[in-house]
Design a protein around this ligand. Structure first.
Ligand SMILES: NC(=O)c1ccc[n+]([C@@H]2O[C@H](COP(=O)([O-])OP(=O)(O)OC[C@H]3O[C@@H](n4cnc5c(N)ncnc54)[C@H](O)[C@@H]3O)[C@@H](O)[C@H]2O)c1
Length: 252
């Protein structure tokens, strides 16, 4: 059995993942951490300040984090110190935070960090990479939409899309929305929509005179991310220390 704990257990993704963990034959949900203490599916959820005691007492095999960037950095450090395998879905890390995270993980625990755990998005990233390889001279725009409560913008998934397009086209300038007198140059345009209960929409446009290629991915339910997380938990459990990706998990 894989004992699984969740940071952000009482959040939208945390609760969705906890239900799937408790339904899996090979996993046990052993509780988690959130801003306020509580219980979830009969397991304890402790305050984030008590994470080290929780990890020592409960000894999970895998610690999942879906919180907020500054909190995730501390949770990852605590998990790495306790020797617990990590599956991190939190987005919005600064470069500096990412450096701290990578240093905490290196040589100590196996970990997977992904801005999007859906199988479909991981295929979508490959499709966008192939398109960008061939369409570097097309005007490129990234558009994303999420629910009204999402805190970071653009989304981690959109940031991954931008990294992929930059790697393949060499375009490094991003323009976030446009207003007033604007002249299109060789930038990548980035557009963010926030509203209602949109789970996660991403579109990449490659446009030239007389034609547009539009690639879109739409998530209808958080379960698509949670199912990928379950696969990541199975993959990372018992692996040697190091940073793995969803490409490894899915064998892409
Ligand atoms: N990688 C993916 O596939 C994927 C998919 C969806 C969302 N996300 C990301 O996951 C994160 C969470 O998203 P959400 O929609 O569940 O948000 P949410 O606000 O519903 O949940 C976050 C939870 O974290 C808790 N939290 C805050 N600080 C904490 C701390 N110090 N310790 C423990 N818990 C703490 C909050 O109280 C809340 O319950 C966001 O960064 C989001 O962008 C990633």
């Amino acid at each position: 059995m894989i004992n699984v704990a969740i940071c952000g257990a009482l959040g939208r993704m945390g609760t969705t993942i906890a239900h799937l963990v408790s339904e899996a034959d090979d996993m046990t949900f052993v509780g988690g951490v959130d801003v306020k203490a509580g219980t979830l599916l009969g397991a304890p959820v402790v305050e984030s300040a008590d994470i080290r005691t929780f990890l020592r007492d409960v000894k999970p095999d895998v610690l999942i984090d879906f919180t907020i960037a500054h909190a995730a950095v501390e949770n990852i450090r605590a998990g790495a110190e306790a020797g617990v395998a990590l599956v991190v879905g939190t987005t919005g890390f600064s470069g500096e935070q990412r450096t701290i995270i990578d240093a905490a993980i290196e040589g100590s625990v196996p970990a997977i960090i992904s801005s999007n755990y859906s199988v479909g998005m991981n295929i979508f990233w490959k499709l966008v990479r192939e398109a960008a390889q061939r369409l570097g001279d097309y005007d490129t725009e990234v558009i994303e939409a999420h629910h009204r409560y999402k805190k970071d913008a653009p989304s981690g998934t959109a940031r991954t899309l931008l990294e992929i397009i930059t790697e393949e086209t060499g375009k490094t300038e991003y323009v976030y929305g446009r207003e007033g007198m604007t002249e299109r140059k060789d930038e990548i345009g980035v557009h963010v929509i926030r509203g209602g209960d949109i789970v996660g929409d991403h579109t990449v446009l490659f446009t030239a005179n007389n034609e547009t290629i539009e690639l879109s991915h739409r998530a209808y339910d958080r379960a698509v991310f949670a199912h990928g997380v379950i696969r990541a938990v199975r993959f990372v459990s018992g692996k040697p220390p190091g940073l793995y990706t969803m490409t490894d998990v899915l064998g892409l």
